[in-house]
Design a protein around this ligand. Structure first.
Ligand SMILES: *Cc1c(COP(=O)(O)O)cnc(C)c1O
Length: 331
């Protein structure tokens, strides 16, 4: 299987904003766009994206998971980057059209069709360092993907880092600029302590990793940072918390300090996990802080993590009822 995110369908849906209006969305070859080298996005990072998935059920039908949430989040990201506003119904139809066209290419579970809506500022103006792009492109790419963790979900090693992932007022934007700001800390953590990811904890406040939210599970309680502007509001996070509430778990959305995390994580029965569309819910086995390693749950494998992950997959794969109406049937 090719590496995650390296295979694309030959066509995508594209809409362009110019002269104060959106073009009619069109199906175009993925290699058909061209950008001026002075395009706003290439210099001032006016870019945001989404990641969601379509799943194939046993009867052959294809379903998209929580599409409306991803559309709303791209609208929010676009607004925070001062990109042109777009109608959610337009993007919804673009997603439905492209997924329907490539429905035959949606892999069977544990694979899926990864959907990547992207919105970029295209105005050719290097003078607009402090002004929004008046032109933009909104497109929807598709990438069939296998199991993100083909080798089995090995518990991850996280390095706790005292700095923030990105500027605090940009946390809610799913934007390339924030990934750029997290790249060097992650590369250093890999090289220095063989960490898989960095858990960003500015001033001791446990936030999130480079591309996933962080959850501490302690017995019947799940603890995760309450929503604020400083980090990305994951749709997987929300889904997992909803499933946890459904089964009677106590969900605590509040501040979690590094001190409390390290104290509770090492207790027997404690679990930690990362949530995100690509990773679903991935167990964390080791926390690394100030040169010391902390085995989460005293080294036991997390049953609650595994069972919440399975419950989410069962809904996505059509093996369990969808009581919250999270799936949209495409065909
Ligand atoms: C996309 C992303 C997440 C996970 O969001 P989901 O909606 O669950 O996929 C978490 N953190 C960051 C920084 C992200 O970019």
């Amino acid at each position: 299987m090719a590496a995650f995110g390296t295979v694309f369908t030959p066509d995508m849906m594209l809409a362009e904003f110019a002269n104060n209006q959106w073009s009619e969305p069109a199906l175009v070859p993925v290699n058909s766009i061209s950008l001026h080298p002075g395009a706003h996005v290439l210099h001032y990072a006016s870019t945001c994206f989404e990641g969601l998935k379509a799943f194939r059920h046993a009867d052959g039908s294809v379903h998209i998971f929580r599409m409306d949430r991803n559309i709303a989040r791209l609208q929010q990201s676009s607004a925070l980057l001062a990109l042109p506003a777009f109608d959610g119904a337009m993007l919804r139809q673009m997603i439905l059209d492209i997924v329907k066209r490539y429905a035959a290419d949606v892999p069977n579970p544990p694979g899926s069709m990864y959907i990547r809506p992207t919105h970029i500022g295209t105005e050719p103006s290097i003078g607009k360092a402090a002004a929004p792009s008046l032109n933009s492109m909104l497109y929807v790419l598709l990438s069939p993907v296998g199991d993100y963790f083909a080798g089995g979900a090995r518990p991850l090693r996280l390095l706790l880092e005292d700095n923030a992932r990105c500027a605090p007022h940009m946390g809610m934007v799913k934007s390339g600029g924030n990934y750029a700001s997290a790249l060097q800390p992650i590369m250093k953590a890999r090289a220095a302590v063989q960490a898989d990811q960095v858990l960003f904890c500015p001033n001791g406040d446990v936030q999130e990793t480079g591309a996933a939210n962080f959850l501490l599970i302690d017995g019947n309680e799940i603890i995760t940072k309450a929503l604020d502007a400083s980090f990305l509001h994951g749709i997987t996070r929300d889904s997992i918390l909803t499933l946890a509430r459904d089964r009677g778990m106590k969900v605590s959305e509040r501040e979690l300090t590094v001190d409390e995390l390290l104290e509770r994580a090492v207790k027997p029965g404690a679990e930690a996990a990362l949530s995100g569309t690509a990773a679903v819910l991935t167990p964390v086995g080791t926390l690394i802080h100030n040169g010391q390693e902390y085995a989460v749950g005293g080294g036991q494998t997390g049953n609650t993590t595994a069972s919440l992950r399975q419950a989410l997959n069962d809904i996505q794969w059509g093996k369990a009822a969808d009581p919250h109406g999270w799936l949209t049937k495409v065909c």
